[in-house]
Each structure stands twice: as C-alpha cells, then as structure tokens.
Design a protein around this ligand. Structure first.
Ligand code: XMP
Length: 327
C-alpha cells in the first residue's frame, strides 16, 4: 500500500495543479473504474467536481442505489442523476444486432450526458464564475490498448466511452487511471477509503445488461435477467468465491426456447447461460472451475425462482476464442 499511497498522492497533486480553480465534470457509469477515478478527483479538488450518472435501466439489481446512496455517502460528491430508462428502452425496441445495440446505447448515453453537462456548465458558471473545462474518465490501461490506442491493437468490439460530444461542449480529459490495471485500480480505491463492496465489484460493460440478452431488449427480459443475475451473485458471495472470479456474466438466451418439465407439466422456456471467468486484465480469460455444489444451487434456484427460465447452462469457452461477453 506504500506504492498505492504514492500513486494517490502523486495523482492528487497533478490533478490539483492542472485543474486550478476550474470546474470538473465526471460521468459515473456505475462501475469500479469511474467511481475510483471520481473519488480520486474528489480527493484532489473537492466540490469543484460534479458527477453525472445516466440510468438507462441496464444495470444489475442494487447498482443504481449503490451509486446514488453509497458512493455519495462515502465521497460527498455532488451527483446529478438522469433517469433515462424509458428513452433507452424505446430506442432499443426491436433491435437484436449486438453492434447496433452498442451504437444506440452509446448515442443515447451521449445525448443524456450532453443535456446534463450543459446544465452543469451553465450553473457552475453562474454560481462560481468558473468554467467547466475538464472531464474525468475512468480509462484503464487495457481500454487504451483494446480500443486501438496502444501499439498493434485491433478494435475487437466498439467499447463505448464518452466521446462524440458536440464541438461547443468539449472538455480536456483527466484520465487518472490510464496507466493502471484493474487490480491496481482496486488498491487505489481501497486507499481512498471506498467500501469493499464497491471496490471489489466485478467489471461490468458500459452497454450493461443489454448485451447479456441475446435477442431484443425489453423491460420484462431485463427483469428476468436481473433476477437470475442476483441469484448468481448471492450464491457466489455466500460461497466466498467473489474474489476468485474476475467476472461472472449471466446471459439470457431470449430467442431460444427449450422443452422442460416443471411442476405438473411441460414447459417451454428460455435458457440462462452462466459465464464465470478468471482473468488478469480481460484481454484473455479462462472459464472458472466453480465447485459443482455452487453451480447446482444456482441452477436450482434460477429454475425455481425465475419464471420462464427452465434450463441453466455453463459456458466452458476460454478467451480467445470466445469473448467474455456474448455480444
Ligand atoms: P469481451 O467481451 O470483449 O470483454 O471479452 C472484455 C471486457 O470488456 C468489458 N466490455 C465492455 N466494457 N464497454 C465497456 O465499458 C463495452 O462496450 C464493453 N464490452 C465489453 C467486458 O465486460 C469485459 O470485462
């Protein structure tokens, strides 16, 4: 932690001297990276920072509350929440292609963020007289490499970050985590006093649960997936496995049905795919060898408790050739 303390101190100094008396904006995604980046900037410049959180309805159970309540309680950050669930869902209606989903989510995200940013900019200028010149991003080293920023990297999937803002709303970027890997980011978060549930939260993709539903994204399917995902998390946490697993996507095959027998009769429901992986940095991954008893519990609970799901399957593909997410 001596090194982490140094990294924090060094970044705090750099951010302070770069920002001066200007205002700073940060987009919180709900993930570890943006929360740690924001907490670091908050440590450096206090209430010169305003965070914006766009809720597109694609997060897992309890995650919106964790940002709105716990993050604010721990950092005292000024947070603006945008409820954009209806907007995201109506734009996603009828869309099944993974890249199309990503593009729509990226675009709607920018739209919402832009509107919120304009409000923050206007009120900062009238309240403090200082302009909003900077935008914080929780970019990590692997993001830099995988999105084509590093040497010899290919663009595998379009990862969406905040870019694409209009010309009159451009900011200078502050990316305090740009040289770090995930495990280092977690240590920085711990160093900053963020609670373990936040710091040890598994990585989660920007497009959220939308890319864990194979097929069209609807409110009902999101609710099903949220239930299955919550059961999975409860059982892995109860078994003490969270820190052995890098990430545990739970995927709903909404366009697939299979025959089952449930209760007194035949069922014709959807499969849920469990995709637990171990990894160092998400660039490569291996499927996690979870204990059979844990898998059994998850499977029994999901088929008993989640309506319309009658089958649970385990993904045993490494990356490569499979990516971690299904879309
Ligand atoms: P894949 O599926 O490409 O994922 O093996 C590698 C890591 O990136 C996450 N991921 C994303 N993160 N925006 C993000 O911020 C995205 O569009 C996106 N797509 C995948 C994925 O969860 C894994 O950690």
């Amino acid at each position: 932690t001596w090194t982490m303390a140094n990294i924090v101190e060094e970044q705090v100094e750099r951010i302070r001297s770069e920002v001066g008396d200007k205002q700073v904006l940060c987009a919180l995604s709900g993930g570890v990276d943006s929360m740690v980046a924001a907490a670091l900037v908050q440590r450096a410049i206090g209430d010169q920072l305003t965070c914006v959180f766009v809720d597109g309805g694609l997060l897992r159970a309890g995650e919106v509350e964790q940002v709105e309540r716990d993050f604010v309680a721990h950092t005292k950050t000024d947070l603006k929440v945008v409820d954009a669930q209806d907007q995201f869902l109506s734009e996603l209606a009828g869309v099944t292609d993974p890249e199309a989903k990503r593009k729509i989510i990226g675009r709607e995200y920018i739209r919402c963020f832009e509107a919120a940013a304009r409000e923050v900019v206007a009120s900062a200028e009238s309240d403090s007289g200082h302009t909003v010149e900077f935008l914080v991003q929780g970019t990590l080293y692997p993001d830099v490499v995988e999105s084509g920023g590093g040497e010899g990297a290919a663009n595998i999937k379009s990862h969406h970050n905040v870019g694409g803002l209009p010309d009159d709303l451009q900011f200078r970027l502050i990316e305090p985590l740009r040289t770090l890997f995930k495990d280092e980011v977690r240590k920085v978060g711990e160093q900053l006093g963020l609670p373990p549930e936040m710091v040890w939260r598994h990585p989660f993709p920007g497009p959220g649960l939308a890319i864990r539903i194979v097929g069209e994204v609807t409110r009902e399917r999101l609710d099903l997936l949220r239930q299955a995902d919550l059961i999975t998390r409860e059982e892995t946490t109860a078994a003490g496995l969270d820190r052995d697993i890098w990430q545990f996507p739970v995927v709903l095959l909404a366009d697939v049905r299979s025959v089952g027998v449930q209760g007194d009769g035949r069922s014709y429901g959807h499969p849920i795919v469990l995709r637990p992986v171990s990894s160092e940095d998400a660039m490569t991954a291996d499927w996690s060898r979870l204990p059979y008893e844990v898998l059994e519990k998850i499977s029994t609970r999901i088929t008993n408790e989640v309506a319309e799901v009658n089958r649970v399957v385990l993904d045993i593909t490494s990356k490569p050739p499979g990516t971690i997410e299904w879309e």
